[in-house]
Ligand binder design. Structure first.
Ligand SMILES: [Zn+2]
Length: 223
């Protein structure tokens, strides 16, 4: 972490103050640690990443926990994880089942995350450019890769992710990582519980950005 330099954006806007007031509870911390792949990876979360300071939402670990809280508890009936229910319900189960190891690294400053097999690395961009709903989106996205689904297209003309570069999904029907993330954000916007209208609005905006920029063939939706 000594080589990681970052600044902490407005924690009201990102949701880190909102969720940070809730996650500072050993029961939540233990649950997240064991459920979402932190376990066995302490070496990736100490030395400045927050292991010694897990309630400090200026540090990576607490900011990851905020995303985990949103992922876990945003369905009104969050204990229903049925695959037949909305992704707002089963997203937590999907991430839990597919990410075995979740590791924090600096990255290049703008990188968000990367999946390799069932190991997912999250970088400074995950902690400090994404808001709390966006971090849950990233966990869903990377879990979809860990679950075996790769990107299969190039970003379309005008894409903020880099027109013509690999990393897009061909279509909504590909049911890839971008679709999973956008669908999760859509449901969170529509039905998210234990949050605020401001957080839900941010999810809507991010979902639309993904829909407009991450598919070779535009899905035709607008949240
Ligand atoms: Zn991806």
């Amino acid at each position: 972490m000594a080589t990681c330099t970052y600044s902490v954006p407005d924690k009201n806007a990102s949701g880190d103050n909102l969720y940070g007031a809730v996650i500072c509870n050993q029961a939540y911390i233990d649950y997240f640690w064991n459920a979402y792949g932190f376990q066995g990876n302490k070496n990736y979360w100490d030395d400045g990443f927050g292991w010694e300071d897990p309630c400090n939402t200026s540090k990576p670990l607490a900011r990851a926990f905020n995303g985990c809280y949103l992922l876990t508890y945003s369905a009104q009936d969050y204990q229903n994880e049925s695959w037949n229910s909305p992704i707002l319900n089963w997203g937590r189960r999907y991430v839990r089942n597919n990410i075995d190891d979740l590791r924090s690294k600096c990255g290049d400053g703008s990188a968000i995350a990367r999946a390799s097999g069932d190991t997912v690395e999250v970088y400074l961009g995950f902690f400090y450019t994404k808001d709390v709903p966006g971090r849950a989106e990233t966990l869903i996205h990377e879990a979809r890769h860990a679950g075996g689904k790769s990107h299969n297209a190039k970003f379309p003309a005008g894409s903020v992710f880099g027109a013509g570069k690999d990393g897009a999904d061909s279509s909504w029907g590909h049911e890839g990582a971008w679709m999973y993330g956008a669908l999760y954000l859509w449901w969170f916007y529509a039905a998210g519980a234990r949050t605020t209208s401001a957080m839900r609005e941010r999810a809507r905006q991010r979902g639309n950005l993904v829909i407009d920029n991450a598919f070779a063939t535009h899905p035709g939706y607008s949240i």
